[in-house]
Design a protein around this ligand. Sequence first.
Ligand SMILES: [Zn+2]
Length: 413
Amino acid sequence: MDAVQKEHDRLWKRSKSSNTLDSAQQIIDALQHARDAIAAEPTSASVSLAKLHNPVKGSFEAINASLKEVYGGHNKYTKVLDRLFKDKPLPSNEIDALSPHPALVHRAIYLHLLREGLFDVATTLHAESTAISSMLEEKAGPGARDESTAAPLGIDETESNRMQEQFTSMYHILYELRENHNLRPAISWARDHTKALEIRGSNLEFELCRLQYVKLFLAEIEDASEQESATGPQRALQYAREEFQAFSGRYLLELRQLAGAMAFCPNLEESPYQSIFDNHTAWDEVVASFTREFCALMELSADSPLYIAATAGAIALPTLLKLQNIMQQKRTEWTTENELPVEIPLPPSYQFHSIFVCPVSKEQTTDQNPPMMMPCGHVIAQESLHRLSKGGKFKCPYCPGESHPRDAKKVFL
Ligand SMILES: [Zn+2]
């Protein structure tokens, strides 16, 4: 990739410093000059034309020379690009889990489009994939109808309309938050879903109300009539009196901090509460929390699974290509099913399932061989546990603790 960048930079520099344009301008100027001279003095035409000969020829040569340089640069750039991308087939799809399930792929794309708010495209995709599957159904004849053809994307129209409605309302609330810094629609949504949010242990409603308080506190008062009645902090105090009662149980400490800030009112920057009031990412944070909670109540993840899968795939691709090359060169094969012989490092936010490697057997635990915690708190795989204990009392391999296999508890990751 560096080589490409280098050639790109070189070409860019060369095309910028190129004097082709100057040379062309020189020819135009010389021609115009000669035309004017001949127009003014027609008898001097042959002399003027003869005078033109050398400068025009010189400028043409200069143009050709600088163009040659640019062409040369183009050639080199193309070669580097070819070298980087040529003859690199995509990783072979011996383990292709998705191609037998086109409906699942369509469904993922459809849901992604809905989540992006691209309802027109989503509706078209839904209609066309329904049409195609009913066509296939007709071809297959009666009796071939099964669940996958009944609702090709696994989402019927009512469900699809419901999702569109919900995403429309989500985008409306997000728009108000981002563009207008208006928290009221978000707060009212959170209030409507208090119970469900509470079950999830979500802080959303409090986060939103706290930001509303901060916003009021810091607000410049634009309306002259309001100016007389209350300052920013006064309005924040009024808001706190009206709204914060419900939070007094769970968020007492946070409420005290918000109230404490009042005392530092003219000099918040030097108060211990500065970080609450001068938080540049506060709006982005509530936008992220809101999206996460809204999607969670729809039983969807905060990020589109299609986006996550595509990004993780793009990150993994270079490693997979390298792996394929090495395997071809060494003529080896990897036979273990559903497992890669190399580690694909993904950023922490892309790791959804924690894994546990047994410190005794060095094997990754599975559903059949789950991690087990002994009463001393050390964890090993079930098979190692059986091997060590032979069914009786045994000593933990990592501490002096002794225990019986029946005291070990299965660990869920
Ligand atoms: Zn132990």
